[in-house]
Design a protein around this ligand. Sequence first.
Ligand SMILES: Nc1ncnc2c1ncn2[C@@H]1O[C@H](COP(=O)(O)OP(=O)(O)OP(=O)(O)O)[C@@H](O)[C@H]1O
Ligand SMILES: [Mg+2]
Length: 269
Amino acid sequence: MLLSESESENKFNLTPQPENSMQAKNTTPAKSNSAILATNLSKHVLDVTNKVGTNKIEILNDLNLQVAQGESVAIVGSSGSGKSTLLALLAGLDVPSSGAVEVAGQPFSTLDEDARAAMRGAQMGFVFQSFQLLPTMTALENVMLPMQLANRKDAKQMAMATLEKVGLAERLQHYPKQLSGGEQQRVAIARAFAPQPAILFADEPTGNLDIATGERIIDLLFSLNQQANTTLILVTHDVQLAQRCRRTLTLFNGALQHEALQHGQLSAI
Ligand SMILES: Nc1ncnc2c1ncn2[C@@H]1O[C@H](COP(=O)(O)OP(=O)(O)OP(=O)(O)O)[C@@H](O)[C@H]1O
Ligand SMILES: [Mg+2]
């Protein structure tokens, strides 16, 4: 895909760009306009499998990212480059070794686990790469759960409507082990999508889907983005999905690269 100079600069930049404003182009958006602001984010873990001594594995290294409310950002990178780790830090599922994450201009990564969980429950949806459905609950119960925890009276109605949107109206009472990988993935998407969160994180949301079903899911994600101004932060190897996002950023050597691959090359990742 060929991009004009301004489009490619926009898509491959690490900070969001206001639309149709040359003057405002190089201006950092006001903090309050940021859905997510990650500053000098580093994550390292100790390699406990190393019997000789403790080996530090650097996963993310001094990474910066700013995402505006209502933006859609695709994060790409080779397997093991740290994409899932980054998403977990941005959503407060894990804490950075150093650096910080702010959500809507408020400190987030420095909150304790309960406070992060409360904020995540109120504002975020997360589609895990491994789905993380509760095995003892049906598809419908899995999708209802986050809304029930938020005391939403319309939990059942919203869950049913969303499961229908992802093509699973006939699978409401099935348990995860009775569903195919792609069906489980769609339940996981419905669970994150149904509460209409302000920010939706999804880790390879179309990884187990055929092209037609994947397109349906992509349309669903972007309908939320357009109708509810939901911020989308998506990890993906899916060229079609990355192309629909406003920006594509490549994770390499622990940081996000300005010079992302052209969309046509993404299939090589
Ligand atoms: N707790 C941990 N202990 C040791 N290594 C870890 C730990 N968590 C992550 N890693 C390593 O960090 C690297 C990044 O992992 P991550 O899951 O973020 O990669 P990814 O980009 O999402 O890969 P994929 O595309 O395969 O899903 C990997 O090499 C992984 O083995
Ligand atoms: Mg991953």
